[in-house]
Design a protein around this ligand. Structure first.
Ligand code: KG4
Ligand code: ZN
Length: 347
């Protein structure tokens, strides 16, 4: 198993980690959430600047926490796409500098392939699990996709969102309710206290065939509700709104995932990305596992959001398989792009 140090800087976390395969030796994350929170979303220029300020320190902290010297590593890796270009470039230039200084090979990793590996990371439940065929529900701030994963580099996109991603829907909903950024975790916490049936919100694309998603109608429905009824005047009303809003998103994600399991005949569902931390989604995923007789895997909470351990693990697997490539920040951003495909790609 290749020992890899990876850097992740695609959005608003500056992260560095060291792994041996799927075993994490160190994972350091410097979050910029407080910087962007007052603007209600990520400001790209500020993200790049703060990555610049943080990256040297974060890398050194990860190396020290892993208890290694540079000679102990087999390779370096970095997120090359997709993401904010200015933010990505900070991680990439740091990694290029390290590669020059140490003589270590440097590999570029697709951020969403990293998220796929978050499901097999860590020292707990999934430690020894190989990257077996499965359906992945990728749910983050920028993506909502169902992908049939036949193996490493063999990804077939089943369907994606036509408009907002699930995390984006949570964030926009929270913004409308004046709840702060990022809204996903805030709505999730409040939703646990509320009644998910209190308000009837639309389930976008639920009755349509296929695996496309749409969450913009849900956002509009909340906006129209607030225009008519005003902001919630009691805590009860607020938690009921949050619970009903979360339920509308989770219902669609789970039902489309269930149908994808049937369509592909797979018996494992991996739910990954920042929204995989959602308590309502995790509960309903467990219920699906029982009712459909499938295995559902969600990452440990600390690996749901952006981190570098998942990037390092993806690079390590590619190195072991002889499939690692250099860095190309201009790479196409889709996970099923030929650049990331192995054996013709699709299952
Ligand atoms: O994967 P991630 O950290 O970054 C991207 O690659 O986008 O995902 C961030 C997204 C945000 O939209 C955030 O609101 C959402 O994940 N998120 C959640 C929860 N925790 C984070 N959404 C719902 N419930 C949560 N508990
Ligand atoms: Zn991400």
């Amino acid at each position: 198993m290749a020992r890899v140090l990876a850097i992740e800087s695609s959005c608003d976390e500056t992260a560095c980690a060291v792994v041996d395969g799927s075993q994490v030796r160190a994972s350091i994350i410097a979050s910029q959430i407080e910087i962007h929170a007052r603007f209600g979303g990520v400001v790209p220029e500020l993200a790049s600047r703060h990555h610049l300020n943080a990256v040297v320190d974060v890398v050194e902290r990860a190396r020290v926490a892993a208890g290694i010297v540079w000679e102990d590593l087999d390779a370096l890796a970095v997120t090359e796409a997709p993401g904010l270009v200015g933010a990505l470039l900070v991680g990439v230039q740091m990694a290029r500098g390290l590669a020059l200084a140490t003589g270590l090979p440097l590999h570029g990793v697709h951020h969403m392939e990293g998220h796929l590996f978050s499901a097999v990371l860590g020292d707990d439940r999934q430690a020894a699990m190989p990257f077996v065929p499965h359906v992945a529900l990728l749910v983050s701030g920028g993506h909502t996709e169902l992908v049939d994963v036949a193996g490493l580099g063999r990804y077939r996109l089943l369907g994606a969102t036509r408009d907002d991603a699930a995390g984006e829907a949570f964030d926009k909903g929270a913004k409308l309710l004046g709840l702060g950024y990022p809204g996903g975790p805030i709505i999730d916490r409040l939703a646990d206290e509320g009644d998910p049936n209190a308000f009837a919100f639309p389930r976008g694309m639920l009755s349509r065939e296929g695996f496309e998603f749409s969450f913009s109608g849900l956002k509009t429905a909340l906006l129209v509700h607030l225009q008519r009824q005003g902001q919630p005047s009691t805590r009860n009303e607020l938690v009921d709104l949050c619970a009903s809003f979360r339920q509308a998103i989770v219902d669609v994600l789970i039902d489309k995932a269930r149908k994808a399991m049937i369509a592909t005949g797979r018996d494992r569902l991996h739910i990954v990305g920042g929204v995989a931390a959602n308590a309502g989604l995790r509960r309903q995923a467990d219920a699906l596992a029982s009712s459909a007789g499938i295995t559902v895997v969600t990452p440990a909470l600390r690996y749901c959001g952006d981190n570098a351990a998942m990037i390092a693990a993806a690079a390590s697997a590619r190195i072991d398989a002889g499939l690692a490539a250099g860095v190309d920040v201009q790479a196409a951003t889709a996970l099923d792009d030929p650049r990331y495909a192995v054996d013709g790609g699709a299952p």
